[in-house]
Design a protein around this ligand. Structure first.
Ligand code: ASP
Ligand code: MG
Length: 637
């Protein structure tokens, strides 16, 4: 059932509030039918309203959606609706296909799944007619939604707007089918589960819409999943970058690719409930607060840790391990390479626990070529992360998180950090406690004092900000990987502590002591040593701070009885920045391949939605950047 099972893997549903909104459906009064003055249409603003499956699940809900669109039109907007398949219709179609055959041809699968949206758009258009307004429904092909031909995960290439614009200026509400497009040969394609969000934001982008409203069964984005933590708070604003990170940690509110689109084109997104009129959450360029270091927390329950022990510390070895895993289409997450002892390194990483067996098999198959000693794993672990746009410029954010976990008695097995995210791997049995502890430590249940209010949020499209970027995009590759820079940060240094006991409180103590010494830390990684369950912790600082950092590290080493401390000078950080770095999974692979080809050893790495960073020998940094610029020439603006 390979293909069917994969397609069924629904995007996570973190942050989907289970509040009884769906049951509290309100009845709407019929709208008065007002004559429409078409002469003023050219001055009208344009809004895109997207209705998800639960918002068109039955006749009453379809009628309510139609009323929302008519009301917006009566208020003077041009309205484009984007609609998903009714209720669980897509799942039902998948089930049917699975009963017919184990591996349905991908093309036929897309042909089948696209029918769900076709049913919805026709019914919504009928509902609008019966309420006395004008509407025309259109399929993906009819709105000129051109995609590549990768069935079930097609990427949008271009959208032609003439037909929609013509219909709008004739006073119609345009009802467009979400989730689908056509390729060059007119085959029907689909964008991947949850893809209607991406249709909606893409239409808003190319039509120059003033806003994109996402009507759904929750009333906005929460600081964490309210089903896991009732004290989670609905936020008024969240930044594109934060939403991208949270979405990749499993927040199911929005399709990740829709946020990439919104960021590229500066489309403000309003996530709100289709069952009430309350304002929801705006996803825009700025964060809710200018000072609060953390905006959201997330827990990914089912993770597995794999450690490859005794990897020869020469360029290209970790590349061999990760290519073997990538060949099985398994997404590797937290990656920590400990600096080797006696010329050997340990590589730890996490994968979804369901993929553990396949991952172990993939690694086993290259053990001999790589020349590594052994593999260990643990599938009883969960990932707890915090995300925030302001954390990069603040000190002690990491130690505050580690302290909260220590106080709750939670042991941290692994740590990785990026500019706007800190992730920890913790025992599965402590995951819920850990999530609550960090949510509380960063006061996420409370509205930040300097939070923007609804009247302050910039809800209009900020065209000036994005024009320079958009003007450089190819208009036939709207969803292509977009790299905005490849750069070097010089004069970095690394400190590594070996033999760090794998017990609660050690990381908290370490990073509090370092913070108290006034040392500003950039990257932190913690991973397994491979012997006796102890771990290694590495962090980077600016080179002038190396001496002071080593002295502090010595005191920590003595206090906790660690094995040794090493310092590495003359290292540099190479950074690839852009939009779509995660969803275009080849970026990290290409980066490591290029560095391996250049025989450059990677000492530390981190990846996020915004950047991929590699810490390497400073003497090789200029070569590395030149070669990476060449390798990524097609994507670099
Ligand atoms: N109907 C599709 C799905 O269930 C697309 C969507 O709802 O966004 O995934
Ligand atoms: Mg959906």
């Amino acid at each position: 059932m390979g293909a069917v099972a994969n397609a069924k893997a629904n995007p996570g549903t973190l942050f989907k509030a289970c509040h009884s909104l769906a049951r509290g459906t309100r009845s709407f009064l019929p709208l008065p039918i007002l004559p429409l003055d078409c002469s003023s249409l050219s001055l009208m603003s344009l809004i895109v309203q997207k209705f998800g499956g639960t918002s068109v699940a039955d006749v009453e809900k379809i009628q309510a959606a139609a009323r929302k669109a008519i009301r917006a039109q009566r208020q003077g907007h041009q309205v484009v609706m984007v609609v998903s398949a009714m209720g669980k219709n897509t799942d039902a179609l998948l089930g049917l296909a699975g009963e017919i055959c184990d591996h349905p041809p991908a093309r036929e699968m897309d042909m089948l799944l696209s029918t769900g949206e076709q049913v919805s758009v026709a019914l919504v258009a009928m509902a609008i007619h019966s309420l006395g307004a004008k509407a025309v429904s259109l399929t993906g092909g009819q709105i000129g939604m051109k995609t590549d031909n990768s069935f079930s995960k097609a990427r949008i290439q271009s959208i032609s707007t003439e037909r929609i614009e013509g219909l709008l200026s004739d006073g119609n509400i345009v009802v467009a089918a979400g989730f689908q497009g056509i390729d060059d040969d007119l085959n029907i394609t689909t964008l991947g589960r949850g893809g209607s969000d991406t249709t909606a934001v893409a239409l808003a982008a190319v039509l120059g819409a003033d806003a994109c409203e996402i009507y759904t069964d929750v009333d906005g984005v929460y600081t964490t999943d309210p089903r896991l933590l009732p004290e989670a708070r609905r936020v008024d604003v969240i930044s594109y970058d934060e939403m991208l990170e949270l979405a990749s940690l499993g927040a199911g509110v929005m399709h990740s690719r829709s946020i990439e689109f919104a960021k590229k084109f500066g489309v403000p997104i309003h996530v709100r409930s289709s069952f009430s009129d309350t304002e929801g959450t705006m996803i825009v360029a700025e964060a809710e607060s200018q000072t609060q270091p953390v905006s959201g927390a997330a827990m990914t329950p089912d993770e597995a840790r794999v450690t490859v022990i005794g990897v020869p510390d020469v360029p290209g070895k970790s590349q061999q391990v990760f290519s073997a895993i990538a060949a099985c289409k398994i997404a590797v997450d937290m990656v920590v390479q400990n600096v080797g002892k006696k010329g050997r390194a340990n590589i730890s990483f996490t994968v979804p626990s369901g993929e553990l067996e396949a991952t172990l098999a993939a690694v086993e198959s290259v053990m001999e070529t790589v020349g590594a000693d052994s593999i260990t794993h643990d599938n009883q672990v969960s990932k707890v992360s915090v995300v925030g746009s302001n954390m990069a410029t603040q000190t002690s954010v990491a130690s505050r998180m580690f302290r909260a976990l220590a106080n709750a008695g939670v042991n941290i097995h692994m740590i990785t950090t990026s500019e706007i995210k800190i992730s920890t791997l913790v025992p599965k049995s402590q995951a819920a406690v850990a999530l609550r502890a960090v949510h509380e430590a960063f006061d996420l249940h409370q509205r930040p004092q300097d939070a923007q209010s609804w009247s302050e949020i910039k809800k209009d499209r900020d065209k000036a900000d994005v024009d320079t970027l958009v003007s450089r995009l190819r208009d036939d590759a709207l969803e292509a990987l977009t790299l905005t820079g490849i750069s070097i940060t010089e004069k970095q240094a690394r400190v590594t502590l070996h033999g760090v006991p794998d017990e609660p409180g050690i990381a908290a103590d370490m990073f509090e002591t370092i913070g108290a010494a006034g040392i500003f830390i950039d990257m932190i990684v913690q991973g397994y040593d491979g012997d006796g369950g102890s771990t290694s912790v590495s962090f980077t600082v600016d080179e002038p701070a190396l001496q002071a950092s080593l002295e502090v590290a010595q005191t920590i080493l003595q206090k906790h009885g660690m094995r040794d401390v090493q310092g590495g000078k003359e290292i540099a950080k190479v950074t690839v920045s852009g939009i779509g770095l995660r969803s275009h999974t080849h970026v990290a692979t290409m980066l490591f391949q290029q560095l391996a080809e250049d025989a450059i050893n990677v000492e530390m790495i981190n990846t996020s939605e915004l950047q991929v960073n590699a810490v390497i020998d400073a003497k090789r940094a200029v070569d590395a950047v030149e070669d990476l610029k060449r390798a990524f020439a097609d994507s670099l603006l």
